[in-house]
Design a protein. Structure first.
Ligand code: C5P
Length: 208
């Protein structure tokens, strides 16, 4: 595969991470889950007892080490929220921008996040916007964490948390979550991961 850049954006738990991993593997491209960068910054802010909403986190963003991205405690609910809060800080986004561009510079990449097709790689070869209803995403997120079906109360709470995070991500001033005009929409509510991959591969195959 030549060094192309595939940008995959969308809200939390829509299936973009699963798609990105599978697509990268199929096409032999490097993969970067850019959410991990924001999660690592949020995690380190929590560790240092700093306020993710009020304190400038750009110093942490500037000195993130590869080992910070490999921590096993980046997918906890408190980190979900911390990541969204630091991601709304313009200086944090600026500090992480070049790093994301450098990642794809030599071999291309499949990159998933919120602003890849709009801000990080506005000229990406292929842009996909992967989404699903808040309810479907809540079910998936619950099953990811617990490996079983959610109770109605747990589901409602998770759905509310997901909607709150969607709101922070979509309402922020800098690089909000939004579909790039030229991104191809994939709605995953009624699709299995294999069907989502098949659709994406079809899009890639038709790319000139
Ligand atoms: O994708 P994930 O849920 O791991 O991302 C965590 C948070 O990082 C998101 O809620 C979002 O606020 C932020 N993020 C972002 N831009 C990206 C990737 C993630 O703002 N490209």
């Amino acid at each position: 595969m030549k060094a192309i850049i595939i940008a995959i954006d969308g809200p939390a738990a829509a299936g973009k991470g699963t798609l990105a991993v599978a697509l990268a593997q199929h096409l032999g491209l490097p993969h970067l889950d850019t959410g991990l960068l924001y999660r690592a910054v949020g995690r380190l802010m929590l560790d240092e007892g700093r306020d993710c909403a009020g304190d400038d986190a750009s110093d942490i963003a500037a000195r993130l080490a590869p080992s910070d991205l490999k921590r096993t405690d980046l997918r906890l609910p408190e980190v979900d929220r911390a990541a969204s809060l630091v991601a709304a800080q313009p200086a944090v986004r600026a500090a992480l921008l070049q790093r994301q561009r450098d990642f794809a510079a030599t071999h291309g990449a499949v990159m998933d996040g919120r602003d890849i097709g709009t801000a990080v790689f506005p000229h990406a070869d292929i842009k996909l916007f992967v989404t699903a209803s808040a309810r479907a995403r809540a079910v998936r997120r619950y099953q990811q964490y617990h490996d079983r079906d959610p109770s109605p109360a747990a589901l409602s709470q998770l759905e509310a948390e997901i909607e709150a995070r969607d709101h922070i991500d979509s309402a922020r001033h800098v690089s909000p979550l939004q579909r790039a005009e030229d991104a191809i929409l994939i709605e995953t509510d009624d699709l299995t991961p294999d069907q989502v991959l098949a659709r994406a591969l079809d899009i890639v195959a038709r790319h000139p």
